[in-house]
Design a protein around this ligand. Structure first.
Ligand code: GLN
Length: 489
């Protein structure tokens, strides 16, 4: 079987058994990348030479070493808003097109320390603002299942790379759904961990109280494997939590969901939900019932306020975070300017795309003196109420099951002229970020047109184990994971 088709844990077993070398793995993956990347465009940077060199060093060392690190020789991709030492980190923005970080993000350092090989940096919506990768300054990525459709966003490059077998697993970031939504659109697994579970040190900030890094993988076992490496406290990130990290792979040993109570929030199955998506998600709920779960209808009454709340808080934080791109500290500096004020202005005019500008303006407005209480203050209050809805629900149930997206992947260009339509594609994912909860997207079927559909499981804070266990039980009971995208011109 071709190496690129294997899941991360299958490839790991092959490597540990001495059946393949790191150099062979890198060769096989770049062969695959050469084949499909001209169509999929998942990467903004590929690192063929350095990956091959790192693999060579690893193979050499292994003549005298034992293979112990869990990700040794594993070919991975990382979203291009996560800092990588000496490798450009562009955020798919003209502003950072030439930016080469002098350090690794903590998650990247952990991947390297565990032996992983970095194949490249993946495309995203500029500064992770968007749901389709169409806001990338370098052009969109494509959905490997149908190239006329978007892969989702903002981690669309990472999800497309995993779905097209251009890497064994990838990292994404999720501020309002950017791991889960592209995972659902591309038929792969995406886990957004609890806020604070992973270090955000070295993640280029979009909305700091919502951002979280997480894995995008071919199966649930691989997500658990990645979490074992990534999770944990980091003194460089003051919001990272000092909470013990369990062995996530062990959590998968239990293959049933007996005694688990699944809540189905009625507000998530209302107007706007595509019937094909609803049917697939309801069938998944039926499967959890068959596996021994208890299914309960619940209510999350403030669901309809989530999109508005999110787009006030996220834009407010973005306007503050993105103030640092002024042509002075790093990144682009306009060459057209006549004086300092003009340089600030022109740098930002030239460096940012229109969605980023829209959000900076919205956020600045929401934070301005006369409107702060009416908009930002109100949004913070509603955020607390949304969190309380979840707290109440989790007194009755252990997990919450919902759709990930209202529809399967839409066509390129379909929502570009209407930002509000684009924003609504996050309606089922953003509450989770507002409440700081962990959630996973797992494949649960296909539309008649052959596009993947995902189901979301939301858990209590720091209960990724429960999510992974239930997701794994479902995955093993169905055969969605065996279906692979065929990249056609
Ligand atoms: N699509 C959402 C937005 O545009 C979420 C983005 C994200 O999670 N990074 O803000």
């Amino acid at each position: 079987m071709s190496l690129h088709k294997l899941t991360l844990h299958e490839l790991q077993q092959k490597f540990t058994a001495g059946e393949v070398s790191a150099a062979e793995i890198v060769r096989a993956y770049f062969l695959r990348i050469n084949q499909v990347e001209p169509k999929v465009r998942a990467y903004v940077t590929t690192l063929k030479e350095s990956a091959a060199a790192d693999a060579g060093v690893l193979d050499e060392k292994l003549k005298s070493w034992r293979k112990t690190a869990p990700l040794m020789a594993m070919p991975l991709a990382v979203k291009d808003n996560i800092c990588t030492d000496q490798v450009r980190t562009s955020c798919s923005s003209r502003m950072l097109e030439q930016f080469v970080p002098p350090y690794d993000a903590t998650v990247m350092a952990k991947l390297r320390a565990n032996g992983a090989l970095l194949l490249g940096k993946t495309n995203l919506d500029e500064f992770a603002m968007g749901s389709s990768t169409e806001n990338s300054a370098f052009g969109p990525s494509r959905n490997p299942w149908n190239l006329a459709h978007v892969p989702g966003g903002s981690s669309g490059g990472s999800a497309a790379a995993v779905a097209a077998d251009e890497c064994a697993a990838a990292l994404g970031s999720d501020t309002g759904g950017s791991i889960r939504q592209p995972a659902a659109f591309c038929g792969v697994v995406g886990l957004k961990p609890t806020y604070g579970r992973l270090s955000r040190y070295g993640l280029v900030a979009f909305a700091s109280s919502l951002d979280q890094i997480g894995p995008i993988t071919k199966c649930v076992t691989d997500a658990a494997l990645m979490m074992n490496v990534l999770a944990g406290h980091d003194e460089r990130d003051s919001t990272s939590a000092n909470v013990a990290v369990p062995d996530y792979l062990r959590a998968l040993k239990k293959k049933d969901v007996k005694k688990l109570r699944f809540g189905v929030p009625r507000e998530y199955f209302a107007e706007g939900l595509d019937p094909e998506v609803e049917q697939a998600v309801r069938a998944a709920i039926g499967e959890w019932k068959t596996l021994g779960g208890e299914i309960k209808e619940i209510s999350l009454p403030r669901t309809d306020a989530a999109v508005a709340t999110y787009y006030l808080i996220a834009t407010a934080e973005a306007s503050s975070n993105l103030a640092r791109y002024d042509g002075v500290k790093y990144g682009l500096r306009s060459k057209q300017a006549v004086n300092l004020a003009d340089m600030y202005l022109k740098t930002r005019q030239e460096g940012f795309g229109s969605e980023v500008k829209r959000r900076i303006m919205l956020g600045t407005y929401a934070l301005s003196a006369g409107y702060y209480d009416a908009y930002y203050g109100k949004a913070q209050a509603v955020r607390t109420l949304i969190k309380q809805d979840f707290d109440a629900a989790f007194k009755e149930v252990d997990l919450i099951v919902t759709p990930v997206t209202p529809t399967p992947a839409f066509k390129l260009g379909e929502k570009l002229q209407d930002p509000l339509q684009m924003y609504l594609s996050d309606i089922y994912t953003i509450s989770v970020n507002l409440a700081g909860l962990p959630a996973i997207s797992v494949p649960c079927g296909f539309s008649a047109a052959g596009l993947p559909i995902g189901v979301q499981l939301i858990g209590r804070v720091f209960e990724e184990e429960t999510i992974l266990r239930a997701a794994h039980a479902y995955e093993q009971a169905t055969d969605w994971r065996t279906k692979k995208a065929v990249v056609r011109a």
